[in-house]
Design a protein around this ligand. Sequence first.
Ligand code: S3P
Length: 438
Amino acid sequence: MRFRVRPVGRLAGTAEVPGDKSISHRAALLGALAEGPTEIHGYLEAEDGLRTIAAVQALGAEVTRKGPGHYRIGGAGLRGLQEPADVIDCGNSGTTARLLLGVLAGQPSWTMLTGDESLRRRPMGRVTAPLGGMGATIVGRAEATRLPLAIKGLRPLRAIAHASPLASAQVKSAVLLAGLYADGPVSVTEPAPSRDHSERMLRQFGARVASDGRTVTLTPGDLHGTTVHVPGDISSAAFLLVAAAMVGDARVTVARVGVNPTRTGILDVLRAMGAQIAAEPSGPGDDGEPAASLRLGTAALRATSVGGALVPRLIDEIPALAVAAAAADGTTTIGDAAELRVKESDRLAALARELAKMGVQVEERADGMAIPGPQRFRGARVSSGGDHRMAMALTVAGLVADGETVVEDTACVATSFPGFAETLNALAGAPAVVVEDE
Ligand code: S3P
């Protein structure tokens, strides 16, 4: 699939984005581990979200789809999951693989996990090392650091205090999920706070979780089914927000977006760059995750610098941010972001390579980028490299380019934002993004 993108002069109206990917994965997993049923509203019905649904089904949890984004998970309880009959394929979803490994560390049978070509390249040692330290047996490629992996758990697992070298919510969550099966309290300390959806949701399911600065501690105990309302994904909204900031005549509202402060780095940075973003709190917000309608329009963007503790708060938004930076006045620097090299693709290399095709120079650095501006985007033929966020960032660049842009390899957009092209077209009031089968 490819997107043929035409420049637009105007974006207007209200859009919705699909359910938050991180929160959706957690709701399905905790629902499966809970006593009693869980109702999930607003679940991300995109490839990544559906991988986690399929995984909990393979482990014996009963899943009923009651309507669009509405699922009922019949909780199996901490000790009620079963040995899956086949390898679990996590597709493109790193969160499915890493969080599931945490759950599986507490299951007494063998489970095998694999993923697509991209996911099989991504590092798993960051979770298999602490889970092995807790007593799980894990074998697989590259000394059990790459998928496919086979894991056999232990009950109880040994409680650990894990000092994570990375600010990674996936690592933190894997250890906390395994901690449900530990013989005492388990803690994770991170160099900087990562997204805290697991902590919030574990509490909502009745777990004892204490957060103290960069350390979170879970005391093992049963989970109880509940109702989860998944807000829209700010990581998907980011593409619409950046497009609105850049297109000449724009006034866009993105409704009901999750604005958990561990995720709102993109709003802080766009504001620092000169965008005026109005955030109006929206309901229901009764389950620990704040949401808001975000409204913004065209902005005269200026350069900024991004690094340190801000990076985990906007790690997935850097492809979109890089596009905004190229249009901003001055040189934007992004540092402390070497993690971008091990996402769905090496996003630092991909941004430098693909934006260069559009005539935009990006200086690639070991842990970030320097992006001088303002630069003009030239319509060109570019490729996502199979990375959904690259596909969407390049599409946004195409909206403000001189001439037509063709983004190749865009089927991957379905991993997180299936209606992306249609959503942009509705805001543009014209077919700005034409979807073509290759
Ligand atoms: C996620 C955590 C982040 C993020 C990913 C989703 C999560 O990854 O990039 O898209 O849901 O926990 P890391 O934990 O690898 O930083």
